[in-house]
Ligand binder design. Structure first.
Ligand code: SF4
Ligand code: SF4
Length: 386
């Protein structure tokens, strides 16, 4: 498929992220959805099933389910099985704390399902500094369960930060040891990440190292995360443009549809699956998505010789750092982002909002699983409405 076709948008999203809940047992300092507390208005099981049916009718191949921690929803496996039975594959992200041995066995017998276990360091100290005490052990235990159950090549999903770039080789070795695939993603200044991005995002020299590291490893998955690094040379494999509203979108736990998982802000809210015409109407004819699919100005990047490769970088990263959307990415590999950031007045960047963070414990602290929210492993009573 050609880039110009992708820019005009497709009849159904290629990459649809669905945050089923804002509930989470962790409080990672970079959580893009500021998760913690569940929203009392979450989509019910019946509403979520209707969304799945709609996605199936639109021939959406698969959904990326996240949150929050999707496993805190007691109906999660039922929804997953409903999706698979409807022909919609499920890739879900988990911190692993609630992924039991029995659940791994059940997942291993379900086709068309992919599991991504989040881990932000090859060492306990690096990971737990970001994701909370005990989170490394919980993630490794989940990986052990998946491997023992014969699940197959699950994913290990890493947000690349200043503190874990040096551990990428070890993370790759860890993935290989499990027969898993490494997936690395970019730290965005969204959600709680807005407050931690300046301290945690990779330095300019780390970006150059990362580009060389990724260029030598086409087997490491990245999605569209690092296409801004393509300004250093050849485009990296994968989607090399911002897909927001064109091939990418997000459904949040209460059914709102946003242009991308990293722009949870009213300015990028296109509608709701609860509105007339459901998700399809939002995807096909919301004004926001029509605007995003129209030709965009290259703005301050127009004179850059690397624009065809880099495309000006990530809209979400620009938005939440207060940069113009038609200018360079804050991590522009030619240094223009740093200069642009220095011109942003203090407090001028849009607020990511209060989110769903809990007041306690402090960010990064792990809370013990709430047994009332653990997923039933065997078929049981009708699922709750979430
Ligand atoms: S806004 Fe950023 S994260 Fe979202 S689709 Fe565009 S490039 Fe990707
Ligand atoms: S100036 Fe713009 S197009 Fe050029 S490398 Fe920087 S972000 Fe990319």
């Amino acid at each position: 498929m050609r880039t110009d076709q992708l820019k005009q948008g497709l009849t159904a999203p290629i990459c649809l992220t669905w945050e089923l809940t804002y509930g989470c047992n962790l409080a990672c300092v970079h959580c893009l959805s500021s998760s913690g507390r569940r929203d009392p208005d979450e989509l019910s099981t019946a509403e979520a099933e209707r969304v799945v049916d709609e996605l199936a009718a639109m021939q959406v191949f698969y959904v990326n389910i996240g949150g929050g921690e999707p496993l805190v929803r007691r109906d999660f496996l039922d929804l997953l099985e409903h999706a698979v039975a409807s022909g919609v594959g499920v890739k879900f992200s988990t911190n692993g704390a609630l992924l039991s041995k029995a659940m791994a066995a059940r997942l291993a017998t379900t086709d068309y399902v992919d599991v991504q276990v989040s881990l932000d360091g090859a060492s306990k100290s690096t990971n737990d500094a970001v994701r909370g005490a005990g989170s490394y052990t919980a993630a490794r235990r989940a990986m052990d369960h998946l491997a023992e159950a014969g699940f197959g090549p699950f994913k290990i999903s890493v947000v690349v930060t200043r503190d874990n770039v040096a551990e990428l080789d070890d993370l790759e070795a860890l993935a290989q040891g499990y027969g898993a695939q490494l997936r690395v993603t970019r730290l965005r200044p969204s959600g709680r990440g807005a407050a931690t991005w300046r301290k945690l995002h990779p330095t300019a020299s780390q970006q150059r190292h990362l580009y060389r590291w990724l260029s030598a490893r086409p087997h490491v998955l990245t999605g569209d995360s690092f296409f801004h690094l393509s300004g250093l040379g050849e485009p990296l494999p994968g989607l090399n443009l911002c897909g927001a509203g064109r091939v990418v979108c997000l459904i949040d736990p209460v059914g709102n549809v946003y242009a991308c998982p990293f722009v949870l802000h009213d300015q990028f809210k296109a509608g709701s699956v609860r509105g007339p015409g459901g998700f399809a109407a939002v995807w096909r004819s919301s004004r926001l998505f029509e605007e995003l699919r129209a030709p965009q100005s290259a703005g301050a990047c127009a004179s850059c010789g690397m624009f065809d490769a880099c495309q000006g970088g990530c809209m979400a990263a620009k938005f939440f750092t207060g940069l113009p959307l038609d200018g360079p990415d804050p991590e522009c590999v030619l240094g223009h982002g740093e200069a642009a950031l220095a011109r942003v007045a203090p407090g001028a960047a849009p607020s990511p909002g209060p989110g769903h963070s809990r007041r306690a414990p402090a960010p990064g602290g792990v809370r013990p699983p709430d047994p009332a929210r653990l997923l039933p492993v065997l078929p049981g009573p009708p699922p709750s409405s979430g």
